[in-house]
Design a protein. Sequence first.
Length: 292
Amino acid sequence: MSTEGQIVVGIDGSDHARSAVSWAAAQADAARQQLCVLYAADLDRISRFASFETVESVKNKGHELLDETAAAVQERHPSLDIARSLSRKEPVSALHDAAGRRGRIVVGSRGRGGFGALLLGSVGLGVATGAAVPVVVVRGESPWSGTGRVTAAVRGATDGDWLEAAAREARLREASLNLLGVRSILARAAGTGRLSDTEKGADRRSEQQIEDLAQSLREAFPGTTVSCAVETGRSAAAVLVEASRRCDLVVVGGRREQDHVSATPGRVAHALLHHSHCPVQIVPRGVTEEVA
């Protein structure tokens, strides 16, 4: 087994949760990590106003769903170590607590009672906000493999503190890693539409920083193909959402404000969580892992 923490996946009986379980189980099996299937029953709140019979019914249904889910996963991944957990807490706190400081969290893009395929559920957004560990929101029809490509959204040198996580994802899948930067076409349309010498210099520095990051990852992860590109588009979010059509996973760094993690995931991550065509992983800044 891996020495990393467990992969925690939240379930609620929805199709989106089943997709999340499928992704998490494949991830755990490939990484030789324990999979924890978690059902957050929110009993701490429910028990304040519901009858004893209602509380017991919720618990029984939760255990049934956990048993059914674990059995289905075990059939597909017979050697996988699976833990089951029914939490009394509400989903966001339950998932954060189960992952601790070394685990990973996987959730579906919508829960039960969702209003549309393009909208992120409140649990997914809540879990992705301010998490201390990597969080994957599973979107798309083929959630774990297909293109052999992982894309990491980068700006420059400040992204070096989380990119190892993206490289590890690529290595796990025997996939290539593409570091993708974005130039704003709107900025180039301002004024005369021509870049000043200062702006050209900033572009060159950013491109060189991204290439330096790519070279550092090639040295740290021999055997993993690492490429880099800078595309021009109307926004970083639009370019990355389009890029998500051509990869198995998009990885972004968590937003940081001053010296603490932001209470929001940032505009680019927020757009990806709502509109990506493949799973999205948000990695907290400052999270690095030893290269095996």
